[in-house]
Design a protein around this ligand. Structure first.
Ligand code: ADP
Ligand code: ADP
Ligand code: MG
Length: 681
């Protein structure tokens, strides 16, 4: 066995690999860039080595620097994690040439399977069903036309060297093909330095099902069941689970065998994932094989009780697989949610900043794979994945509820993340009934918000949490004032029933609170509905509150705004204004509707680099129309117009580095609106 390995990665996956190494008694070396020196994974490793500036090309994507670090620190092997150089056969070869072990499959297997057209050809040879389409890249429009006509629209254009969902384009008809092909080529060239495109049928409303496989260097290959990863945004996974409701025993065995056949045909050793797409008639088609550990491997670990990283390391060290297919037992259900530094209300644009407060959920059957801590700085340089939470349950519903509860108690403050969004997905009735497809998010969510309103009960629960906190704070203030007014007659005994009026942007609730802090038991009525609540003692400044409501524990996250309380629960976010009846009637005299003023400029939504400006000064534009494109966190995104209007000045230039809120474009003033509002005030 190795006694020291280097981890050529960062963030949560580096932490994950170090954990297993510790259990196995293997020392670890972390590599880091100039912005990563304080990261949890660097702290967790036994040794660490600075490999260069933040830009991935100069650090995590630089094979020489990583291999030199491994040699200098006396490592025998390198674990690549995922992303970065993990599927780069050239890197794997260089590692071997330096006399080190690459923890992963052979150079040949990576080269063969890493390319989508080559692996598709191999799949056909191994008898694996593939999506109808071409096996060779298309070079001309005519070739693309012929293939598209043969397989029928809609078709999907895909980069052969693709990954991470980048560069794919759906084409619905002949007319759209020429432009789409050009655009796809340009983007592919830019992202992957390769412009080979292939065409395949676009399967509508499919499910993404993948099989985890594990092989050794002695020809043994087994599979560890399926994972369903249908919840995606931009063709990238958001929530994954195992097993899948769409798969029954005989289909599992068949797909598992097929995946093993493909792996065998490529001489595969180590951990790998064969991805399939499943149509509504339960036909499955090969998509690609990922020759590495997968982001969502924790769910497989939770149901099989295996440590996939340990198996990877043992196999790379020359050991045989310690188990046979019939030894693989799948118990219960597991679901994972990825939490990314992205803003779901702005098309999942990346966010950056510093984590200012951080508290992870704990609890039975909850697993957190985190790469961050309070003080972590999230930059534009790397993948937006911050942390993952997985839950195990005896069945799907138990796992789902446990995961929702865990996310309710996960506190990440300082930057916008997808945490509440993923929780809203998990809480959605269509997710609960496992009606999944890769179009789920577009179908059920808009700008990060569910298309259906939250349940009344969830809103009542949140109202009670906000009221309990507000009530405690008021009592504290009252108690602290008491010593100052001893001479003003007798002190009135506190009332036994308190009444509050609670307002959110959408609802008004009347709340009656009966009980006492001493007994910790309360009867709370929200709009005539009575709840029995036990509120364990809490400090009013805490950010998490646990309430037992009708016997069940519920965790709420809270933020204190000036006079209001914002609560987070099951993906619902609401700001609560809490009044006594007297305050309420006063406030109502003074509240006024103020219409928002039209934005007169386009402010930069995120830090990054301007790649193109797609309008000119004087252009008439509509709200939502693309104005420019920018790159941040490895992704190019369109930036849309905040309003209808005419472009006045363009301050942004392609190639320019920009910061959040920097003014990029200004609009010509429109006379109306804004002036009336300011006059009426
Ligand atoms: P998975 O099925 O494991 O999610 P992905 O292909 O989505 O596989 O990517 C795995 C990880 O690698 C993700 O964190 C993803 O964001 C990252 N990744 C994907 N493509 C790239 C790339 N070109 N460069 C760096 N990281 C990438
Ligand atoms: P990547 O390398 O980016 O992970 P994949 O080939 O694995 O690319 O596809 C990623 C996702 O794109 C799939 O999970 C699926 O949602 C979608 N997709 C890929 N091919 C098709 C297809 N032929 N029809 C419909 N959706 C597809
Ligand atoms: Mg994929």
């Amino acid at each position: 066995m190795f006694d020291k390995i280097l981890i050529a990665n960062r963030g949560e996956i580096a932490v994950r690999i170090i954990r297993t190494c510790k259990l196995m008694g293997i020392k670890t070396v972390a590599v880091y860039s100039e912005v990563d020196f304080r990261s949890p994974y660097v702290q967790a490793a036994d040794e660490s080595c600075l490999i260069g500036p933040a830009r991935a090309q100069d650090s995590f994507l630089n094979p020489e620097k990583i291999i030199n670090a491994a040699v200098a620190h006396g490592c025998q092997a390198i674990h690549p994690g995922y992303g970065f150089l993990s599927e780069n056969s050239n890197f794997a070869r260089m590692v071997q040439e330096a006399g080190l072990v690459f923890i992963g499959p052979s150079v040949e297997a990576i080269a063969l399977l890493g390319d989508k057209t080559a692996s598709k050809a191999l799949a056909i040879k191994a008898g694996v069903p593939v999506v109808p389409g071409c096996e060779e890249p298309v070079w001309t429009l005519d070739e693309a036309f012929v293939i598209a006509k043969e397989i029928g629209f809609p078709v999907l254009l895909k980069p052969a060297a693709g990954g991470g969902g980048r560069g794919m384009r759906i084409v619905n008809d002949m007319m759209a093909l020429p432009d789409a092909l050009d655009a796809c080529k340009i983007e592919t060239k830019k992202s992957f330095g390769d412009d080979r495109i292939f065409v395949e049928r676009f399967i509508t409303r499919p499910r993404h099902i993948e099989i985890q496989i594990m092989g050794d260097n002695y020809g043994n290959i087994i599979h560890l069941g399926e994972r369903e990863c249908s919840i995606q945004r931009r063709y990238q996974k958001v929530i994954e689970e195992t097993p899948s409701r769409a798969i029954y025993e005989s289909l599992r065995n068949e797909m598992g065998k097929t995946a093993c056949d493909l792996a065998r045909a490529s001489g595969y050793a180590g951990a790998g994932t064969v991805e399939f797409i499943l149509d509504s008639e339960k036909n499955y088609y090969f998509l690609e094989m990922n020759t590495r550990l997968q982001v969502e491997h924790p769910v497989t670990e939770l149901v099989t009780d295996l440590d996939l990283v340990e198996l990877q390391i043992r196999i790379a060290a020359g050991e045989a697989l310690p188990l046979k297919q019939e030894d693989v037992l799948v118990k219960g259900w597991a679901i994972e949610a990825r939490i990314c530094a992205e803003d779901p209300s702005r098309g999942f644009l990346p966010t950056t900043g510093m984590i200012t407060r951080y508290a992870v959920p704990r609890g039975k059957n909850v697993r957190v794979d985190s790469g961050i801590d309070a003080g972590s700085i999230i930059t534009i340089h790397y993948d937006s994945l911050l942390t993952k939470v997985s839950a195990w349950g005896a069945n799907r519903e138990e796992a789902r509820k446990t995961l929702i509860r865990a996310l309710n108690g996960y506190h990440i403050e300082g930057i916008t993340t997808t945490l509440d969004f993923v929780n809203a997905v998990l809480a959605h009735p269509a997710f609960a009934s496992a009606e999944l497809s890769t179009g789920f998010i577009d179908e059920h969510f808009q700008e990060g918000q569910s298309r259906i309103p939250p349940s009344e009960q969830d809103l009542h629960y949140m109202t009670m949490a906000a009221v309990m906190v507000a009530h405690t704070r008021r009592n504290l203030v009252r108690d602290s004032l008491r010593p100052m007014s001893p001479s003003v007659g007798a002190i009135e005994p506190p009332p036994s029933i308190y009444k509050y009026v609670v307002q959110t942007s959408q609802n008004v609730f009347e709340v009656l609170l009966e009980g006492s802090e001493q007994s910790k038991r309360w009867n709370i009525t929200v709009n005539d509905r009575l709840y029995k609540v036990v509120a364990p003692e809490f400090e009013y400044y805490r950010r998490r509150l646990k309430l037992y409501i009708d016997g069940i524990a519920n965790m709420f996250r809270l933020q204190y705004l000036e006079n209001h309380i914002r609560a987070f629960f099951c993906g619902i976010v609401r700001t609560f204004e809490i009044y006594t009846p007297l305050e309420w009637s006063l406030a109502h005299f003074m509240l006024r509707d103020v219409k928002p003023v039209q934005e007169n400029e386009l402010k930069c939504p995120m830090p990054g680099l301007i790649t193109a400006v797609t309008v000119e000064e004087g252009t008439q534009v509509r709200r939502g129309q693309e104005l420019l494109r920018m790159e941040s966190m490895k992704m190019e995104s369109a930036v849309a117009s905040p309003r209808d209007g005419q472009i006045d000045r363009i301050l942004a230039r392609p190639g320019q580095a920009v910061e959040t809120d920097e003014i990029l474009i200004t609009f010509k003033e429109i006379e109306s609106l804004s002036s009336d509002i300011s006059n009426s005030r």
